[in-house]
Design a protein around this ligand. Structure first.
Ligand SMILES: [Zn+2]
Length: 389
């Protein structure tokens, strides 16, 4: 790799401090790659291999395989490495996700690693105990000073299991086989432990083990609360395409008190997420929220029927509408006739249809805002259509 590429890559991939260190490592001719997780005898995981992966990712991106031509190596949002996708789902801050990714690619600057790269340091001994050589397995699992933290966290069994593991890949597999709480706890602990080590390296005061344990426990709890909830919400708010050969119709009705009419919107998309048809309009003489949902639904049915769709999924955020459409129920609202008619039409037009709840109201509104043609339609009755493809 050319030196400029190396600088860019290091700066993109690592924390500034580490990038500086990595860039200072002289690359010697004739020195083959080696492993930082010392007992991995396959010899496949090295700092240089982590770079190679990044370069490959960059190449894939710039060839357009993942769409974007502006993607650069090291831009983790564009990263196609499946392990990054997995790591990204960890309910913890980005800094710990990055740390985990570096752990996986063995790009943490352990002393055994640095010295074999030709860097001049006095010793390869562990900074914390001074006994063994400093590598990942020793530092995170076997060092007598870290053992105390494992015990305090109630994770001695897991620590012993990890002691038996001989490659960083198997180690991560093991972590992913654990309950999420334990996984986050261990990685959070390692992250703090690594920071502690760097403090010692800089001759700063390290956080005492009992304080570190307390922090790991409280941070983990916080992370799980904040980030798990975020992930769930993100998942819920995401629009999911229907199964192949099925159309999905999102619909929504809008009502504002004081107005003698309601607005409605319908968007039909195919299994690749492309908008096939979108309608919006205003209907007079209906003036309550439930009425708005019912009208939106009748519009959704006629739109899908006109498209000749046979298999359709209707998504609504109205619980009332879903209940009303439940075939076993007798409808007693002013919209009973409209609802009965809708049920009949569902059976008549479609070979397979389904009404499911959705939480994508926001996204739906976004679409309506984007398509100004549609939003204009909210001014007049039944006026607008957008076609695509
Ligand atoms: Zn040690």
């Amino acid at each position: 790799m050319d030196p400029e590429g190396m600088v860019e890559l290091a700066n993109d991939s690592f924390w500034p401090d580490d990038a500086r260190h990595i860039l200072q490592i002289p690359l010697q001719e004739g020195v083959s790659d080696f492993t930082a997780w010392h007992y991995d005898n396959k010899g496949q995981h090295s700092v240089r291999n982590a770079y190679k992966l990044q370069v490959q990712l960059g190449r894939v991106n710039s060839q357009g395989n993942t769409g974007s031509s502006t993607a650069i190596a090291g831009n983790l949002n564009e990263c196609v490495d499946p392990s990054w996708k997995q790591i990204r789902k960890l309910p913890c801050p980005r800094k710990i996700q990055m740390f985990t990714w570096r752990l996986k690619h063995e790009s943490l600057a352990f002393r055994t690693n640095l010295i074999r790269r030709g860097m001049k340091i006095e010793s390869t001994k562990c900074l914390l105990c001074g006994c063994a050589g400093e590598d990942g397995a020793h530092f995170f699992i076997k060092c007598k000073s870290v053992k105390a933290v494992w015990r305090a966290l109630g994770l001695e069994k897991e620590r012993q299991d990890l002691e038996e593991i001989t490659s960083v890949h198997v180690m991560l597999d093991y972590l992913w086989g654990l309950h999420e709480n334990k996984r986050v706890q261990i990685l959070t602990m390692w992250w703090h432990w690594w920071n502690n080590r760097n403090k010692v390296r800089e001759a700063e005061l390290a956080v005492p083990s009992d304080e570190l344990t307390r922090r790991v426990l409280s941070y983990t709890m916080e992370y799980l609360q904040i980030f798990s909830a975020k992930e769930r919400k993100r998942e819920q708010l995401k629009w999911h395409p229907p199964s192949p050969g099925t159309l999905k119709v999102n619909m929504d009705g809008g009502f504002r008190p004081g107005e003698g009419s309601i607005t409605w919107g319908v968007v039909v998309r195919d299994d690749s997420g492309d908008v096939i048809s979108a309608w919006a309009g205003r209907t007079e003489q209906v003036a309550d929220p439930f009425g708005a949902e019912v009208v939106a639904f009748t519009q959704a049915i006629s739109t899908a029927a006109e498209l000749g769709a046979l298999r359709v999924v209707f998504e609504t955020d109205s619980k009332l509408l879903q209940e009303a459409l439940d075939l076993g129920r007798v409808e007693s609202s002013p919209y009973a006739a409209l609802i009965e008619d809708s049920k009949f039409q569902l059976k008549m037009w479609f070979s397979r249809q389904q009404i499911i709840p959705c939480n994508v109201r926001l996204e739906f509104n976004d679409l309506i805002t984007q398509e100004t043609v549609i939003s204009d339609a909210f001014g007049g009755p039944y006026t607008m259509e957008v076609h695509k493809g």
